[in-house]
Unconditional design. Structure first.
Length: 103
């Protein structure tokens, strides 16, 4: 039987785990993405979910919400936490805003 010692905050306290560690499931990128989207959907569907909870980032980078532009389905709308919207297109996987004249 395998033995694993667990670190504790006290020097006189020891915890020993017996047995094999459970095998961790390896997730594909697609599975990770679908789990992430499911979490976002749960937060967004709760009544009273604030914009800050939806647009929060643990890395400090800006978070945007994307949707299809209703007047032209070939365009994308990007919205930030303040509610500012920009219409544009995805070019090589990156959002490029269009000028106001072309909207």
């Amino acid at each position: 039987m395998a033995e694993t010692r667990v670190v504790t905050p006290r020097g006189d306290l020891f915890v020993v785990r017996l047995g094999e560690r459970p095998a961790q499931k390896v997730l594909t990128a697609k599975e990770k993405t679908s789990a992430f989207i499911a979490k976002i959907a749960r937060v967004a569907n709760k009544p009273g979910a604030s914009r800050q909870s939806i647009f929060r980032s643990s890395t400090g980078k800006k978070v945007y919400a994307y949707s299809v532009y209703p007047k032209d389905p070939t365009k994308i709308v990007r919205e930030d936490v303040t509610g500012k919207m920009a219409v544009g297109r995805l070019v090589k996987g990156r959002f490029r805003a269009l000028s106001q004249n072309s909207v």
